[in-house]
Design a protein around this ligand. Structure first.
Ligand code: HEC
Ligand code: HEC
Ligand code: HEC
Ligand code: HEC
Ligand code: HEC
Length: 337
């Protein structure tokens, strides 16, 4: 990012060396220490991290409410590394130039090339394009240097920008909406269900499905999970053809039998495995008992799910977590490397 040097707010913060020892100690003691540190709130939080409301004045009055909200530009049009890299790139002036750069800068096929060409507000952009120097955007969010954060690890796992940045698509000027404290990170890592959404809705900040939509999405995701299982379901050398996919059966195999889906090692024991699966997928452990033969067909699952009327974000999040194996780490080395 081009803006680091002059705006880093935390240059004055020196990480005391004793903390390194604590981190090493923490690594050695693993979860025990983690639980203690986090529940007791043992560590003071640096005030500049809890900078909720921090809203520096930018060199160009760029409005997300206009560009991401009204014009509906996808976040990834500008922050195009957000799915691939740790950092979400701030766009170079050339990206703005696609619409504000004038004829010389128009990419073949671009239609919006000459929006507000004479605008005073855009003078720094024109200068940047002419002199080939970046616009001096100021950082809004910034973690201390000893914290490792990674955008792609979140946005490719169904965590939306809105969980951490708020409704950017409604902001005239970007400000920090959340605390970004260690406790805040860990609260979600411990209990992420409600923060997980279908992967294609991650940049749709206003996503707010009602119960019916949630149910539809839930069923679709469940079908996808069964689809993924299809090759393993044809275990009996009698593959079920796709027209009869509702007859496909989902087998609960204990580990070691080469059935990678739904057989994470912590579900090793078949009984626990079933209970966990039923809880995660169906929200009802009783179902597992009724299926003591270790299998549930899609038909049975759908019949059961049809009787369930209240679909919540949490239900969907649990399903997505189970079917995509999403389990955020809480060990110190996840964020302090
Ligand atoms: C999910 C990410 C995450 C995990 C896991 C995590 N931390 Fe942190 N930690 C942070 C963040 C973010 C900060 C900076 C914000 C703050 O000061 O609260 C931080 C700050 C700290 C600080 C400095 C506190 C200060 O005064 O600024 C220490 C020390 C620390 N962590 C130790 C640990 C130890 C020990 C563990 C394991 C038990 C751990 N962390 C696990 C994210 C994490
Ligand atoms: C047309 C390009 C464009 C689009 C589209 C866009 N952004 Fe931005 N974004 C920028 C620019 C330029 C900045 C730096 C200036 C500022 O902070 O307003 C920025 C800054 C940010 C920041 C603050 C970065 C920091 O310094 O901490 C966040 C967070 C952010 N954008 C999120 C989003 C999200 C979420 C979306 C989609 C809803 C989005 N952006 C869409 C151009 C864009
Ligand atoms: C896809 C086209 C598109 C891109 C890319 C784009 N803009 Fe815009 N921008 C517009 C449109 C359209 C308007 C005018 C909306 C209106 O006036 O109703 C606008 C308006 C503006 C304005 C207000 C100008 C004024 O005088 O009122 C500013 C400032 C601005 N954009 C900055 C930027 C910056 C900075 C970037 C790059 C980070 C950028 N825009 C990228 C389409 C774009
Ligand atoms: C799990 C929380 C989380 C999610 C989800 C998230 N961000 Fe961020 N974002 C952060 C944190 C924390 C920082 C500060 C990173 C740092 O200082 O290293 C940040 C920084 C940024 C920045 C400044 C550049 C950078 O990488 O430091 C931009 C731009 C940004 N985010 C855009 C987005 C967009 C767009 C999305 C959704 C596609 C998104 N973020 C999703 C937490 C998140
Ligand atoms: C709203 C929920 C949420 C918040 C807030 C959040 N995370 Fe995460 N984090 C996740 C999820 C979900 C994953 C993906 C876990 C997986 O792939 O199994 C993840 C993954 C990660 C990873 C990749 C390593 C891993 O666990 O697999 C890092 C590093 C990380 N988070 C750091 C942070 C830091 C640092 C913060 C705070 C600044 C933070 N996270 C805040 C939900 C969150």
């Amino acid at each position: 990012m081009a803006t680091d040097a002059n705006t880093s707010q935390l240059n004055d913060f020196v990480f005391p060396s004793w903390i390194n020892k604590i981190i090493i100690l923490g690594l050695a003691c693993g979860g025990l220490f983690g639980g203690y540190a986090a529940t007791v709130g043992f560590f003071a939080t640096h005030p500049k991290v809890i900078n909720v409301g921090h809203m520096p004045e930018q060199p160009i009055p760029f409005s997300h409410a206009l560009h991401a909200g009204k014009l509906k530009l996808d976040c990834r049009y500008c922050h195009n590394t957000v799915e691939k890299a740790a950092h979400a790139a701030i766009p170079p002036s050339a990206t703005c130039g696609n619409c504000h750069g004038g004829k010389d800068r128009v990419k073949p096929g671009a239609t919006l090339a000459a929006v507000h060409l004479k605008s005073e507000k855009l003078a720094p952009l024109r200068e940047s394009l002419e002199t080939d120097t970046p616009v001096n955007w100021l950082r809004v969010h910034e973690l201390p240097g000893f914290v490792y954060f990674n955008h792609s690890a979140h946005v490719t796992r169904g965590v939306s920008c809105v969980e951490c940045h708020g409704r950017i698509d409604k902001m005239e000027v970007v400000y920090q909406a959340k605390e970004l404290s260690m406790k805040w990170c860990l609260d979600c890592h411990r209990n992420p269900d409600e923060a997980i959404r279908p992967f294609d809705q991650v940049t749709n900040l206003g996503w707010n499905p009602d119960k019916e939509e949630l149910k539809t999405i839930y069923m679709e995701e469940l079908e996808k999970a069964f689809e993924k299982l299809a090759p393993q379901v044809s275990v009996d050398a009698n593959p079920v053809p796709s027209e009869r996919k509702s007859e496909r059966r989902l087998f609960f195999y204990p580990d070691g039998e080469d059935r990678p889906e739904f057989t994470a090692s912590k579900w090793r024991d078949t009984k626990t495995h079933q209970d966990n699966f039923a809880k995660l997928i169906f929200g009802d452990p009783k179902l597992a008992d009724e299926n003591s033969d270790n299998e549930i067909s899609l038909q049975e699952a759908v019949a059961f799910l049809d009787t369930k009327s209240d679909y919540t974000r949490k239900d969907l999040g649990q399903l997505l977590r189970a079917t995509h194996k999403i389990n955020p780490n809480q060990s110190c080395s996840t964020c302090h490397r």
